[in-house]
Design a protein around this ligand. Structure first.
Ligand code: PMP
Length: 296
């Protein structure tokens, strides 16, 4: 059963600018720059059995995302790692989702924001399968989004920046209004890009094809799954993928820290089977994060 309580009204602790504060007291002012101008970046990571998977990669990406938005987080990667472990422990959680967030504060209003203080908060909560347990096995249904991932010269697309999620929320709302789970997004050129919060992989004749991440996040899970596939001797081709090709792919799955490895049953008019290769990689990934499989 998922917890339907609002996120501001829960028990627990949130790591906020260097200390643990009671959950309900982790608040910001309405004149926070990030709220007006999207000057914020975040991470999403999972802990399995008390260990945060690829923690240092996530903390490193958080700092890099901020640099791409022109600000430096005043905590090192090591300090962010330690803070994540501390807040997980404080909340008594072992299997959990974690959300580090860094943003420009309320010290200056207007587009310019050089004098704003940089804040960092980390929250964590129990969160099961991103698309639900059933969907994770049967495959999810995707809409095709009307929104396109922007070109890298129009937005800092390599940053996990809040502003880039505006079109993701719109896409997912449109998809859910049609009874779908999520949406597949194309990019500004019309090439297949990713879902609203996860990367896309296709299978044909025993090979894997995945779009080159040149205008969207090169996910940590994406890279992990590419490694797992190659370890099994499966060919992985990173290249431009055009919508016309979707017809010819047999399997389709998504990867992400929240989504893990989720099979896709359909995307717009195209249908896919929840095939062996997808299920094998899903199992490999879950074995790896739960330390039933070695990391090499
Ligand atoms: N693309 C988007 C838009 C995402 O939000 C995410 C989730 N962070 C991903 C891809 C997958 O990234 P990762 O595997 O690092 O979680």
């Amino acid at each position: 059963m998922s917890d339907t309580r609002p996120f501001h009204d829960r028990d627990g602790w949130i790591w906020f600018d260097g200390k643990l504060v009671p959950w309900r007291e982790a608040e910001v002012h309405v004149l926070t720059h990030a709220l007006h101008y999207a000057s914020s970046v975040f991470e999403g990571q999972r802990a399995y059995g008390g260990e945060i998977f690829k923690l240092t990669e996530h903390s490193t990406r958080l700092r890099q995302s901020a640099e791409l938005l022109g600000f430096e987080i005043p905590w090192s990667v090591d300090e962010i790692d330690a803070a994540c472990r501390e807040v997980l422990r404080a909340n008594g959680l072992k299997d959990a989702y974690m959300r580090p967030l860094a943003w420009r504060g309320s010290d200056q209003m207007g587009v310019s924001a050089q004098r704003t203080k940089i804040h960092l908060a980390i929250a964590t909560w129990a969160w099961g399968a991103y698309f639900g347990d059933e969907a994770a096995k049967k495959g999810i249904r995707l809409d095709i989004s009307q929104w396109r991932r922007p070109a890298p010269y129009t937005a800092p697309t390599a940053s996990k920046a809040a502003g880039l999620y505006m079109i993701c929320t719109l896409s997912r709302h449109a998809a859910q209004a049609k009874g779908h789970d999520d949406a597949l997004m194309f990019d500004w050129r019309g090439q297949v890009a990713e879902a609203t919060g996860a990367n896309a992989f296709f299978v044909r004749n025993g090979s894997i094809h995945t779009p080159t991440p040149d205008c969207f996040l090169d996910g940590i899970t994406r890279r992990t799954v590419i490694g797992l596939a190659r370890r099994r001797g499966i060919e992985v081709v990173e290249r431009a993928i055009w919508p016309e090709e979707l017809e010819g792919f047999e399997q389709f799955f998504l990867t992400g820290s929240a989504a893990e490895v989720t099979p896709v049953a359909s995307a717009g008019p195209w249908n896919f089977e929840v095939g062996e290769l997808t299920l094998q990689l899903r199992k490999d990934y879950l074995d790896l994060v739960n330390r039933r499989l070695s990391n090499s």
